[in-house]
Structure formats: C-alpha cells, structure tokens
Design a protein around this ligand. Structure first.
Ligand code: ATP
Ligand code: MG
Length: 423
C-alpha cells in the first residue's frame, strides 16, 4: 500500500487491464468513425450552472455532483455526464447552425455515489450525440450503430435492448399526475427517496431500485395511455426499422432515464451477466436541451456506453488473453556495454524501419531470465548482445514465436532481415 491511497471510488487501471480497454476503445472508435461520426473534445470541468440548468431535479445534479469553488469564487463542477458539455460545445463552436453534426466523445465522468461492482465515482463513458435531425431514422441509426459495436466486440449475445416512448412534455405531465395519484395511495410503502420524488418528479420513481417499489410498479398506469397519435406514429416507425434491421428488442413501458431532459425515444442495453448494475448503455432523444442551454431550438439524440460495465462484461464473457502488441524486438543484454550498444542499434533500426517496437532489457539478469522476459514481452524476436557479439560486431537473433535456431549476423545483415520482415 502506498502512504496515500486513491480517493474512494476512483480506480487505477494497471497496464494489463488497459490492454482490454484499448481493445474495446479501438473498436468503438472505428465503428463511430465508420458511420461518419466525428470526435469532439470538451472540458471535464464546467460551470456548475451548465449541469444544474440541464438537469434540475436529477440525482446526479442534486446529490452526486462534485462541486467546488475555484480561486476566483466561481462554482465549478466535475462533469457528471457528457451531454450538457457536448451541447454547450456544439453551440459555442457553431457546429449546429452550420450542419447537423454527428459527434462522438469519450472520457471520464464523476458522480459521488456508493462504489460497488460496475459503479464508481470516476467512470468512463463513450458516447454519440446527433444534433439537428428529428426522425425515427436517426434513432434507428444510433441503435443499429450500438448493436454493431457489440457485434464487433463479440458480445452481442449478452445484451438485450429495451425501448420506450416518453412522448412529449404534455404526455409526461399527464402521466406524472396519474402516477402521483397512484402512488399517493401507497405512500407509506414507498422508501424515503421515492416519497421525495412523488412531489418533485414522479416519473423517476419508476427507476427506483427498491424491491417494494418495483412490485408496486406492476399495478401502476402505463405511459402509453397518454401518448399522442404523432408520437405513437414515430415510435412505430422506429420499431419497424429495428425489426427490419434484425435487432431484437422489448418495449418496457416503465423505462425512464436518470436525466430530466429526455423525450420521445429512450432505450437501454442491459445484460444479465453483471448483477445489479445491469445497464451497459443508455440513450434517447432530448429535443429541448439545445434551446434550454441557449442555442436555437434544435432536435437532438444520443447514447452513452458505461465503459467499466462494458469491460466487466467483456472480461466475463470473452477469453481474450491480450498480449502487448507493441513490441517486435527484445534486446537481451549481458553487460553495461551491450546495453549502450543496443541503444545505438535500436535507434538505427527505428530510423530505417518505420513503426518498429523495440524494448531493451536493462536489468543485467542471467540469460535465462532475460529470455523469459523476452517471451513475456510479446516480441517476435530476441536480439542478443553478449561478449562474443560485442567483440565481433555482430548480433544474435532468435525467433520467439516458433522453435528456431539462434543465428549470428552482422548489423547490416540484421537490418536487411528486419526490413524484409517488417516492411
Ligand atoms: P444507473 O441507473 O446504473 O445509475 P444511470 O441511469 O445513472 O445508471 P446514465 O446517466 O444513463 O446512467 O449513464 C449511462 C451509462 O453510464 C449507464 O448506463 C452506466 O453504464 C454508466 N454509469 C452511470 N453511472 C455510473 C457509475 N457511477 N459508475 C460506472 N458506470 C456508470
Ligand atoms: Mg445513476
């Protein structure tokens, strides 16, 4: 243990785990890019107001936000989610006025909640957001894109899609009233949190994790009773498109999202492999947020993947055993002088053969343990510099991936050989 521990709920990722993250992130980025989505980056810290304005009564704003006063006395917050910052950045950079941007980003989010499996205080999201398109087709594209990510990762069999229609504001107001009336009758059976939500935001009770509330929900009214004809038509278009694309889903009438700004389409990809924290990805439309944050009225839609949960699922279901793929050559050095020589040879090789990965061992261990390290490094060849090689200005080379004899070559011949192998 180091003298100073990490902050609770904020975790390190040792190199071995980072390999799995890189595997997943590379695939996700490739898929985003292949649908014409472009990466955007924006700050991790923003004015607190940005998050409070977009999400007045959401838990992440009222209870979970990391908020500080900076040295100038301004209230700033670590971003609890990415959408608000992305909307702000899209407005400020004039992306929305000029085009209907399709964007992606990834990075850390911060929420002060109780750490457990699949829930931490610093966590990572990979997200897509689209501005300026209001149609079932763009929501279908986003869902199809997310499903493509699961396929490319090889985990599509472990995720189920649930969708719901939250309608427009009028729908949600009428539904909230009806839910309120229903739950009022059971007020004494509600947990404290749900009782508070009963007045503030009754729809959020649907998201309660309490078992007694969940069982009460079975008898609660459904939102579909309040949906307008137009909204229903759009939702039907979406379900039809998903069906045609071969994407299985179930309609969950009790599905609401944790943030206030959603309307019309919402969805979650869930797994039964991870226990309680079962939502790996969530998304939906938020057609009023751009205007609320000061932009011109503009429809918007997007989703976020919770990367910790995705990585847990990958580790649970795939047998990856990833190696370090960056090292091609591993120098076994038997003296201080040979290390110095290896540094010079390596630079010359890097100069002449592009993208070559070379690691020089500097521990001066015995040859046996250096070869073990060479094997573990993921390199294809060991290059050996012992006393004889130094004396004769040669290098010995041994294949590590298949049984092969050690060969001794001049530097020039070695370079030719490496060039041929890695051109
Ligand atoms: P939950 O109900 O699990 O708290 P949420 O509705 O608060 O999730 P969103 O705000 O929709 O989550 O974020 C999208 C995704 O980010 C979630 O589906 C989840 O995979 C992930 N996520 C959210 N909070 C955390 C957290 N504290 N730690 C790890 N992942 C998280
Ligand atoms: Mg949450």
């Amino acid at each position: 243990m180091s003298k100073i521990t990490t902050i609770r709920g904020m975790n390190d990722l040792p190199p071995e785990e980072v390999r799995v993250w890189n595997f997943a992130e590379e695939i996700i980025q490739k898929v985003f890019n292949s649908y014409g989505y472009e990466e955007i980056r924006f700050p991790i810290v923003e004015k607190t107001e940005l998050f409070t304005r977009s999400n007045e009564s959401a838990d992440i704003v009222t209870k979970e936000m990391y908020t500080f006063e900076d040295k100038g006395g301004d209230s700033i917050s670590l971003r609890p989610e990415g959408t608000a910052g992305c909307v702000r950045a899209a407005i400020d950079n004039d992306l929305i006025r000029v085009d209907s941007p399709r964007l992606w980003y990834q990075g850390p989010m911060f929420r002060y909640e109780r750490p457990q499996k699949g829930r931490s205080r610093q966590f990572q999201q990979s997200s897509a957001e689209v501005f300026g398109i209001r149609s079932a087709e763009i929501d279908a594209e986003l869902i199809i894109l997310s499903s493509r990510i699961w396929k490319e990762l090889g985990i599509e069999g472990n995720l189920n899609l649930e969708i719901n229609n939250l309608g427009d504001e009028k729908t949600r107001k009428s539904y909230a009233k009806s839910l309120q009336a229903y739950f009022k009758a059971f007020e004494k059976d509600l947990d404290e949190d749900s009782r508070r939500k009963l007045d503030e935001n009754p729809l959020r009770i649907l998201d309660s994790k309490s078992e007694s509330v969940q069982s009460l929900l079975k008898g609660a009214p459904n939102i579909s009773e309040f949906i307008s004809k137009d909204s229903e038509k759009e939702f039907n278009e979406l379900t039809l498109l998903l069906g045609t694309a071969g994407i299985e889903f179930s309609v969950n009438q009790k599905l609401v999202r944790g943030l206030d700004y959603y309307n019309q389409t919402v969805y979650e990809w869930k797994t039964d492999q991870l226990g309680a924290q079962d939502t790996v990805c969530g998304g939906g439309r938020y057609d009023n947020l751009v205007e609320e944050l000061g932009g011109k009225s503009c429809p918007a839609t997007g989703f976020s993947i919770g990367m910790e949960r995705l990585i847990l699922l990958i580790n649970e279901t795939l047998d990856l055993s990833l190696e370090n793929e960056n090292i091609d050559l591993f120098f076994v050095c038997l003296s201080k002088e040979s290390i110095q020589k290896a540094i010079m040879y390596s630079e010359s090789l890097r100069e002449n053969v592009s993208k070559l990965g070379i690691k020089i061992n500097m521990g001066l261990e015995g040859a046996g343990s250096q070869f073990k390290k060479a094997d573990k490094s993921g390199a294809s060849f060991a290059l050996i510099l012992g006393d004889d090689e130094l004396k004769n200005k040669t290098i010995s080379m041994k294949g590590l991936r298949s049984k092969s004899d050690q060969e001794t070559l001049s530097y020039e011949d070695l370079e030719k050989r490496i060039k041929k192998t890695y051109k």
